[in-house]
Write a protein that binds this ligand. Sequence first.
Ligand SMILES: Cc1ncc(COP(=O)(O)O)c(C=O)c1O
Length: 417
Amino acid sequence: MKKKELPFSNERIKEIAEIYGTPFHLYDEKAIRENARRFLKAFSWNPGFKEYYAVKAAPNPYLLKILAEEGIGADCSSLSELILAEKTGITGENIVFTSNDTPANEFVKAKELGALINLDDISHIDFIHQHIGMPEMICFRYNPGPLRSGGNAIIGNPEEAKYGVTREQLFECYAKARSLGAKRFGIHTMIISNELNPDFFIETARMMFQLVAEIKEKLDINIEFVDLGGGIGIPYRPEDTAVDLEYLGREIHKVYDDMIAAKHLHPLKLAVECGRMITGPYGYLVAKVLHKKEIYKNYIGLDACMADLMRPALYGSYHHLTVPGKQDLPYDQTYDVTGSLCENNDKFAVDRSLPPLDPGDLIIIHDAGAHGHAMGFNYNGKLRSQELLLKEDGSIQLIRRAETIDDYFATLDFSKL
Ligand SMILES: Cc1ncc(COP(=O)(O)O)c(C=O)c1O
């Protein structure tokens, strides 16, 4: 059985669980910083390169602050995410606002913060013109539809996906935005999620640089900013291979030199808005075994549930499990590892080979640092768990307390019953 590494000893995690109680999400600051630095270095050949962390992946200001200290901005998609960025001290063009089906008040806030506004539809040009006026800098999200296959359960095939504008619309968008006063332009796309093949992103860069050249040729518009979106995958399974970031940076550099620099096109600031690969592998959901149940199958019931990590139930995703203290026992048991929701898909693992488990054992659910806690919800009256930070000096900081019953009832006024 292949193993995944942990940034703490069995004794240390048991001690943390004793002090804070389970379940909790734990993020590894040192690993997050090291990974961020490596990523930025791989693209340092591009002077304007910027990673805008997809706030939706882990909307915690303590994590955003760590990333901001490393030079990373925020990709926001809602009013709350914009406010979170603002409260963390991230403003101006350190924010890209990539939303869809967007209400006017969110555009108002994005403008107030000076964020780069990325429009999802041609009809949004009139909409923002009416509500906030045409910003000086504007960006459009491109959806290549049938021109590009790919996609997956998370984001959908481009042709079936609700995001972005078509190729024909794209040219109309820039012409119209310019006629309404826009002076600086960007282009964005995101057509894949959790992709481990770096060549997919290189191909996307090629597609985008081609568009930049065509926009220059047809409209005489200089695109200054190309956002390749997020979607870089992470090795959820121990046998998966992580995307080689240095290779990715190097190959995109070559495509850039061929398609932009050699043609003397306006220099481009490259951007990405990755969430998963920035924090995903460095976050752990730590839970405790509450019950062991043997019926037609064998079940291990945890004190965490789908409200703490929805991905296995939503997408059938694999998350590796480690049982501290039992790593070296034979993995000779087969369990479904469940949460307590009244939903049969509330399972962290199905038919998983694990060592023999008992109530009281801790279970570490790997790769929960992005699209984990963030996707939490309150179905069945379940409360979202606390978030802890394993700091660089080895100490622990509570960066979000667990929800309480009072939080859950806060929107109800029982006195009017
Ligand atoms: C517009 C946009 N950008 C970035 C991301 C981040 O994707 P990932 O966390 O897979 O990198 C998402 C994810 O849903 C997204 O919708």
